[in-house]
Design a protein around this ligand. Structure first.
Ligand code: A2P
Length: 334
């Protein structure tokens, strides 16, 4: 990424803004940065390293002279424009779900499978945010004592639904406190002081929603292990920007909480927050703005007498490690 010509598609969005923030905070020198969004944003400015950059309307010609494009404008935009960017000679890091399950496209979490980047054919996919939050702290265990079964419940923040859903959470909360009515606009359900099943389509054959299916498929692809059985319940909670996940996993061999803690201590991208005496564990408030996934409540799953199962609670900033930071880390490794 160093000294390259970089473009961001979806630069005005919740993740797009964090792409800019990550490039700034990591001090990555660029030859140029182009900000692309819809016609609605063309002509607006956004600051980058003290300069005001003008947002341009995304078009088929926008990628001329660009080396790396970071996409986060939804999968429809990625499906149409990412191949055009590749044709123009750029490498794409795509934050949408458009290419994640394509066997020819690497799906990368740098702490786990950075080696896959080298095999790209122009597009590298950034995984689903709930998958990243789950997998970063699970990988150090899986690589030494393979996980055979994983059950997760997620507590997903508004940021995963974009800037508009974050605004809906704020406005509906304010209206609720003011005793006013707030008709939901972005999701179908009242969001303030409520939670609901993830707002993606349900597969009528299995009852799993699209988010849950993504986590299941992506875990197998990134761990390169089809034998890992995964079940997920994905829930949207009234938190602004960090996802939490409650997980229980069964390993191939018996494992103790002490062993899990030892494996996670110093593991890249993980910070242990596991203070039993003070009942202090990972919280979205503490994960917000942080690069690391916070991991705690590491304990034996008492429902499994074989001693092979562990329960754990984790939290990570959805906009950073769950999206923009992971994509920028991939781009740095290109
Ligand atoms: P815009 O702000 O001009 O609508 P979020 O994930 O926060 O909802 O952000 C989505 C991003 O994708 C925004 O930057 C948005 O730009 C951009 N976007 C949405 N539709 C299009 C489109 N048709 N062409 C280009 N960019 C788009």
């Amino acid at each position: 990424m160093k000294n390259k010509n970089v473009a961001i598609v979806g630069a005005t969005g919740a993740v797009g803004r964090e792409f800019i923030g990550c490039i700034e905070s990591r001090g990555i020198p660029l030859a140029s940065l182009k900000l692309l969004a819809s016609a609605r944003s063309a002509g607006k400015t956004q600051s980058f390293r003290g300069q005001e950059l003008v947002v341009e309307e995304l078009s088929e010609k926008a990628f001329d002279g660009v080396d790396i494009v970071l996409f986060s404008a939804g999968s429809g935009i990625s499906k149409h424009y990412a191949p055009l960017a590749v044709k123009a000679g750029a490498v794409v890091v795509d934050n949408s779900s458009a290419f994640r399950t394509d066997p020819a496209v690497p799906l990368v979490i740098p702490e786990i499978n950075a080696h896959r980047i080298a095999g790209h054919k122009g597009i590298i996919a950034n995984p689903n945010c709930a998958a990243i939050t789950t997998m970063v702290p699970l990988w150090p265990v899986h690589r030494v004592n393979p996980v055979r079964r994983l059950i997760i419940s997620t507590y997903q923040a508004a940021s995963g639904g974009g800037a508009a859903l974050m605004e809906e959470l704020e406005l509906s909360t304010r209206a609720y406190l003011d005793g006013k009515d707030y008709p939901p606009k972005v999701v179908k359900y009242p969001y303030a002081f409520n939670l609901f099943s993830h707002n993606t389509a349900i597969d009528m054959a299995t009852g799993y929603n699209d988010e849950e299916s993504k986590v299941i498929k992506e875990t197998k692809k990134i761990f390169e292990d089809d034998r890992i059985a995964v079940s997920a319940t994905c829930i949207r909670v009234p938190v602004l920007r960090a996802h939490s996940v409650s997980m229980t996993f069964e390993c191939e061999r018996p494992i103790t909480p002490g062993e899990v803690k030892a494996l996670l201590t110093g593991a890249p991208g993980v910070r242990i927050v596991d203070d039993w005496a003070n009942n202090y564990f990972p919280m979205p408030k503490d994960a917000s703005g942080q690069d690391d996934v916070l991991a705690g409540r590491i304990r034996t799953d008492l429902s499994d007498p074989s001693g092979k199962s562990i329960s754990m609670f984790v939290a990570a900033d959805q906009l950073l490690k769950g999206a923009a930071l992971n994509a920028v880390q991939i781009a740095e490794l290109l």
